[in-house]
Design a protein around this ligand. Sequence first.
Ligand code: 13P
Ligand code: SF4
Length: 312
Amino acid sequence: VPKNVDLKAEILRMKKEKNAVILAHYYVDGEIQDLADFVGDSLGLAQAAEQTTADMIVFCGVHFMGETAKILNPNKKVVIPDFNAGCSLADSAPKEDFAAFKAQHPEAVVVSYINCTADIKAMTDIICTSSNALKVVESIPADRQIIFAPDANLGRFVAKKTGRDLILWDGACIVHIDISREKLAKLRAEHPNALLVAHPECKEDILMEADYVGSTTGLLAYVQTSPNKEFIVATEAGIMHKMKLANPDKLIIPAPANEQNFCACSECPYMKMNTVEKLYNCMYYEMPEIHVPEETRVKALKAVKAMLEISK
Ligand code: 13P
Ligand code: SF4
């Protein structure tokens, strides 16, 4: 990174010069969200990636999100600030293990949460996100078996809501499962008027007591439209940035994580690998770039398109 350079101004300049679009997830740092052209949940980001006319997509999120953008845009350059920004859900489902699991249920329709690698997407019939998982599962005929991967907590939530018997892959988000039920109970006792809103990657016991469960966009909309003035938010802390900006009159408290956590509140270590410096570098050097082998991409695209079609 060059010295004495206004990185943010340079990022905005390069965006114009290179006809680039910056897409960012709600979990990245606020200062990166503020530089982005679009900030959203996984579905919104996939839709934005599908619709963009930019020559280069700069994805501030995690690796699988960049892959999804590349799957949709084989002829565009897709870069991400840090190639090591992974995801515990995507890591939980190695290609060979998932293929063996799938082979045990040859009749099943495969629904995969978008938080998975391109290889898993290529073995999937239809992708879902936390905002359309119920709709996707409900679209499958009642007499069909369904494999749901890789997030078992989201899977259990969807199974309960739809009454469908899902064959679950046992993956989890390290951030959401680390929210402490004990500390949350204490916090709720201190704020008896606060509503609890939670992301469906949380454990079942937290989801059971939540007043609202939804994707990041869903949580933002709920807090904004609710007449209530206090909220406890059980998801990654990055969401606080837009939530607080949009609701200056409301008390918004992040749900606490366990003591042995890598940080005091619920922060995703992968999302936090995105920094303004790395964003500058990836736009300047146009790397690291995401590549998806064409055979995998074409198969994965079918599953992603099936989801986008249902979510119009
Ligand atoms: P959504 O933004 O789609 O709710 O996903 C949350 C998440 O964990 C992304 O990694
Ligand atoms: Fe993956 Fe969880 Fe981080 Fe989202 S918050 S990228 S699901 S580890």
